[in-house]
Design a protein around this ligand. Structure first.
Ligand code: HPA
Ligand code: ZN
Length: 326
């Protein structure tokens, strides 16, 4: 049985973490007060009672609503620092962090305000918290691809400090094929590509993400298991899947953690990694996910080392930067 200290010391890398999903109720209330914004909740307890989800959309509704308190560059920087502090406590060594700029620009926040706020905190992450970091901008697939394309051009023009792009938000009915042009432009500019696929959507979306968007990682991807040819492909090419156990349970993709296919995915030879997705909403950070998996599946040092190593190798760190973590 592994102890919390052993889980802490595992060299953990987080590859699927939405910075807006780290917005804790306490910070929502603080920022609301600081910015003079009225929230519909009387207090933190009432807000916490909203954190019961029936599916991805029911979560997204609250996730986007709560972002109203994020207004200034300092708000985005404070949010990011709060995450980095918690990541340090969890023993996270490197984090590749998603942000959703469209969720902010649609409500009148400048692109530069949100990107620079997050990026300014990430620029100090290693010195301040001992966590190296990289930023990935994710586009909202339930909005027009033309809007994403315009923003991609804007990000290139402003030389945004990003390593890659991704695709998230409501999946079903919004296939990767709609975003081919956006991802081609990103690739032309040397950016890495990832996409959420096979969370609620079918295996076909995972194929599209791989073949049309040419992503190097699949975020979630657990519905890939429904397509044996796809599983073979993912194993053969060792395409990383950034799996998020707590998220899958809280969004009812899986009934309980004990029903999670992660052990079967590992046994099948898939390049599985463990991630926290939106930890403020789903009941825990990366260390909590690892601890719960250990308890539920009786994982030992070997399984945990495999999961940790998979994440290092799936990261966008150079081989030299990966070496000390392996
Ligand atoms: N899926 C899709 N979009 C998201 C998620 C997720 O798990 N979290 C934040 N945006
Ligand atoms: Zn996600």
């Amino acid at each position: 049985m592994l102890t919390p200290a052993q889980i802490h010391d595992l060299p953990k890398v987080e590859l699927h973490l939405h910075i807006e999903g780290t917005l804790e109720p306490e910070l929502i209330m603080q920022l609301a007060e600081r910015n003079g914004i009225r929230v519909p909740w009387a207090d933190i307890e009432e807000l916490r009672r909203q954190y019961e989800f029936t599916d991805l959309q029911s979560f997204l509704n609250l996730y986007y609503a709560n972002m109203a308190v994020l207004q200034t560059e300092a708000d985005f920087a404070d949010l990011t620092r709060a995450y980095l502090r918690r990541a340090q406590a969890a023993g996270v060594r490197h984090a590749e962090i998603f942000m959703d700029p469209q969720a902010h620009t649609v409500r009148g926040v400048d692109l530069a305000t949100c990107v620079n706020g997050v990026a300014s905190a990430l620029a100090e992450s290693e010195a301040e918290f001992g966590v190296s970091s990289a930023l990935i901008v994710t586009f909202l697939r339930d909005r027009e691809a033309a809007e994403a394309l315009t923003m991609m051009h804007d990000l290139i023009e402003m030389r945004a400090p990003i390593v890659g792009i991704g695709l998230d938000s409501a999946e079903v009915g919004h296939p990767p094929i709609d975003f081919v042009e956006v991802f081609a432009l990103a690739r032309e500019h040397g950016l890495q590509c990832v996409a959420h696929a096979g969370e609620e959507g079918p295996p076909e979306y995972v194929w599209q993400a791989l073949e049309l968007l040419q992503v190097s990682r699949i975020d979630h991807g657990i519905r890939s298991l429904e397509d044996e040819v796809l599983v073979d492909h993912l194993v053969t090419h060792q395409i990383p899947l950034t799996v998020c156990p707590f998220s899958n349970v809280r969004l009812r993709v899986i009934d309980t953690l004990a029903d999670h296919p992660l052990p079967a995915m590992l046994a099948r030879g898939l390049a599985v990694t463990v991630n926290s997705d939106d930890p403020a909403y789903f009941g825990g950070y990366l260390d909590d996910n690892f601890m719960a998996l250990t308890d539920t599946f009786n994982f030992g040092a070997v399984e945990l080392a495999t999961l940790a190593r998979n994440a290092v190798q799936a990261s966008f760190l150079t081989a030299d930067a990966q070496a000390p973590l392996l």
